[in-house]
Design a protein around this ligand. Structure first.
Ligand SMILES: [Zn+2]
Length: 459
């Protein structure tokens, strides 16, 4: 059976690559400063593919921004399990076009045939085609008697999913399912099937300090008047110790430690300091803040604070000026178990308590994202893990992700605590969000096999 599925999918790969290339040709960048007609065009293209595949109840679920999420379903029987399949059809901008070796919106296979280059190939248009291909395959296999499948393809993931919570809440009945597959992550390495079981969350604030009405001559005024640049640096420095531990009292309350199974899987991934340094482009002589053994747990299971932007005067006009204001944006990645709203409030309170000299301090908070942990005890988790092991002919790894996908927690909380299976077709070389994004084609094929085997094994 397994060999038959693998053969059938291999034979169809040129068609699947062609479908993917069609979606890649539409520059569906969901940022306001780009022409949004392409997001509509890609929503229409997805809709048409769904119609051609014989899906039913096809409709746009449209958030306030107008960037359609596309819904469709293939229902077999109320007695069968229902799986909700997520991916997104919008993409990031191409960034610096001069650095692309191929045209960003013209899917191009590499000379060795291994990778497909183009914006959105890996993130996340391949996810759409993977779901669609697995549907086609399981229908053939089960003679239309497989699980019920519902598709939800978002149109504004890359620009922050502002309307997605509203869509899930409004259409909770339509989207009702026994599990959701979020195909927007990826494999730890090429050929290594991976299920992401944890995501970090995010608390972010912008802080602005003001001490004088306008910038002043530093010779005439500095000394008696506090320098907002130094003050802001000290305030930020007080937030962490030398290892990066957050010093705000109670901030790490609730932090969930990795299980023995998590740790064993992380260890089996063979991450070394050398690999990590190379992948991250860490300069010679710069030391990591954790030991080699702790790299993955630090990245996936601990909070980390980053000053993502800072402004005191400007580099262009760096003269002897006592600046009137200093600005910084602080983002803290939250680890599983922590609560975003609570952490943001603690951060704001701590900063406000540490402003010296009565300096004016204005803090603007952003909407946070809660961290996420998948319930790995659900039988669907093991079924997916086994399906991926069989498809890749390599043991499936449990991995974490240091970033946030707000959708994961939204699906879980809106759709009644259903299991969230996070898979996907990215790999460390795919360069999602950067220039020369690409998809590793052998894993594209294996991903389709895995999802087909998973569906096939459900009923
Ligand atoms: Zn994505």
């Amino acid at each position: 059976m397994e060999q038959q599925i693998k053969k059938a999918i291999k034979a169809k790969m040129p068609t699947y690559i062609q479908q993917l290339s069609k979606l890649v040709s539409i520059p569906s960048i969901s940022f306001d400063n780009f022409d949004q007609k392409y997001v509509l065009e890609s929503a229409e293209a997805v809709k048409q593919m769904f119609a051609e595949a014989g899906l039913t109840n096809i409709q746009f679920l449209t958030p306030e921004s107008g960037r359609h999420t596309v819904y469709a379903e293939s229902l077999t029987s109320p007695d069968k399990p229902t799986i909700l399949l997520y991916a997104h059809h919008d993409v990031q901008p191409p960034m610096r076009e001069a650095l692309w070796n191929t045209k960003p919106f013209e899917a191009t296979v590499s000379a060795d045939g291994e990778r497909l280059f183009g914006r959105g190939t890996a993130d996340d248009k391949a996810g759409i085609i993977m779901h669609l291909a697995a549907l086609e395959q399981v229908r053939a296999l089960k003679k239309n008697d497989g699980p019920n499948l519902k598709f939800i393809i978002e149109g504004e993931e890359e620009s922050g999913s502002a309307g997605f919570a509203g869509i899930l809440k409004k259409h909770a009945e339509l989207l009702k399912a026994d599990a959701v597959i979020i195909a927007d992550l990826g494999n730890f390495a090429k050929g290594t099937p991976s299920i992401t079981t944890t995501l970090r969350g995010m608390s972010a604030v912008s802080v602005e300090l003001k001490a004088t009405k306008a910038p002043l001559h530093s010779g005439s005024w500095s000394g008696p008047i506090p320098d907002v640049g130094q003050v802001l640096c000290r305030m930020i420095a007080e937030l962490t110790d030398g290892t990066g531990k957050i010093l705000i009292p109670g901030f790490e309350d609730g932090l969930v430690s990795p299980t023995a199974e998590d740790l064993a899987s992380y260890r089996s991934l063979g991450m070394t300091e050398e690999i990590f340094r190379n992948d991250g482009g860490v300069l010679d002589g710069v030391k990591l803040k954790c030991s080699e053994d702790e790299i993955l747990t630090t990245l996936w299971r601990k909070p980390s604070l980053v000053v993502t932007a800072m402004e005191v005067g400007s580099r262009m006009n760096a003269g002897n000026v006592l600046q009137d204001s200093a600005y910084a944006r602080i983002g803290i990645r939250l680890a599983p178990g922590m609560d975003a709203d609570r952490c943001t409030q603690l951060l704001v309170d701590f900063l406000k308590q540490h402003v010296p000299y009565g300096i004016q301090c204005n803090i603007v908070t952003e909407d946070g994202a809660n961290p996420f942990v998948t319930d790995t005890s659900h039988p669907f988790f093991k079924k997916m893990s086994d399906a991926m092991t069989a498809a890749y002919e390599s043991e499936t790894k449990i991995i974490g992700c240091g970033a946030s996908i707000p959708g994961a927690e939204l699906f879980r909380s809106t759709l009644g605590n259903i299991p969230v299976l996070m898979t996907g077709l990215e790999d460390p070389e795919c360069n999602a969000h950067g220039e020369n994004e690409s998809l590793y084609l052998p894993d594209f094929e294996k991903g389709i096999v895995a999802e087909t085997l998973f569906f096939g094994g459900l009923c």
